[in-house]
Design a protein around this ligand. Structure first.
Ligand code: GLU
Length: 321
């Protein structure tokens, strides 16, 4: 996946810089995640397409690394970001005021489109003997950084399994970019990440040390899927990562693009148009995007209402009534 390397992305920016200005520039920011995840590529890819049209739209897009889903939603709410990538479970909770957003709904949250599936992923050192989620009891586990959707969903799973952070010998809060090296250095027995596949973080983790992708399944997970529309069964295909030839059974969410009702329709329209007018190009920017279909992207994973700017484009395409 050499195209994931930051060096190539910066080359891309150099190529798209400074067209003639037809109108005043408006800066937009897309919140992503850690640099070794897939959100970062989603944001960089969208900005790359948006910035090809700057002369016409006036929009100049940047997509910095962030703490992940919950951080992005909160920054959009605070007006510090225009858009962001967020897990479908956290989109749901933020809009409906449930779970971590209990009593604090973000009513202006708007869906733009859903992107790739994100399986809940746990990788353990082979020498830890961990084979199931319950085996994590007594182990040193990286539960993820606060502000990430991944960390939030990890807590939901813990709860569903009747476990708590106290069951671990250590619960560290390393960011995605740090956790793979910590696994390799034997500072933790297992890492967790709700993320699209393949990605740089899990690729690094599985290549620095002999590792096992942990099944996250059973009656507790079935009950979680049953009770929540935004969860579904998921498989991480065997053969994708070093030393893990068998399929891994788990559950997952979708990555989604979200924004606020306060962002102008023309802005969201221009972003959506840049992506879908150049959809083959977009799909080619990461293997996790390869199977995306527009009709699914605007139907699945979105629990907040669609932003009217996005709706305008989808209607023009005949994808919605
Ligand atoms: N789903 C993760 C989160 O919200 C981020 C995954 C990624 O960066 O690709 O924290």
């Amino acid at each position: 996946m050499s195209h994931l390397k930051p060096i190539l992305l910066s080359t891309v920016f150099a190529l798209t810089a400074t067209p003639l200005m037809a109108q005043e520039e408006q800066f937009i920011t897309i919140g992503t995640g850690g640099q070794t995840g897939v959100y970062y590529v989603v944001g960089q890819s969208i900005c790359r397409l948006v910035n090809r049209e700057t002369a016409e739209t006036g929009l100049r897009c940047t997509a910095p690394a962030t703490g992940g889903s919950i951080d992005n939603i909160n920054q959009i709410k605070a007006g510090g970001m225009t858009m962001g990538v967020a897990q479908s479970d956290w989109q749901y909770h933020a809009y409906n005021g449930s779970s971590d957003y209990e009593g604090d709904p973000f009513e202006d949250l708007r869906a733009v489109f859903a992107v790739h599936p994100e399986p809940f992923t746990v990788v353990a050192r082979a020498d830890s003997g961990v084979e199931t989620f319950a085996d994590l009891a007594g182990k040193r586990v990286n539960v993820g950084n606060p502000g990430s959707g991944s960390r939030g969903t990890f807590e939901v799973v813990l709860d569903a399994m009747g476990m708590s952070m106290d069951d671990f010998a250590l619960s560290s809060e390393l960011r995605p970019a740090e956790q793979s090296a910590a696994l390799g250095d034997n500072q933790v027995d297992a890492i967790s990440y709700t993320v699209g596949h393949p990605n740089g973080s899990i690729q690094e983790a599985t290549s620095v040390v002999a590792s096992t992708m942990v099944d996250v399944a059973g009656p507790e997970i079935d009950a979680l899927i049953e009770a929540n529309p935004f969860y579904a069964k998921a498989i991480i295909p065997g053969g994708m990562y070093a030393g893990n030839d068998e399929d891994t059974e788990t559950f997952g969410v979708k990555a989604t693009m979200v924004t606020s009702a306060t962002v102008p329709d023309d802005t969201v329209y221009a972003v959506v148009k840049a992506v879908f007018d150049n959809f083959d190009r977009f799909k080619g920017l990461h293997p996790a995007f390869a199977t995306l279909e527009p009709e699914e992207m605007i139907a699945d994973g979105n629990s907040a209402p669609l932003h009217p700017g996005a709706e305008r484009y989808y209607r023009e395409q005949g994808w919605i009534e």
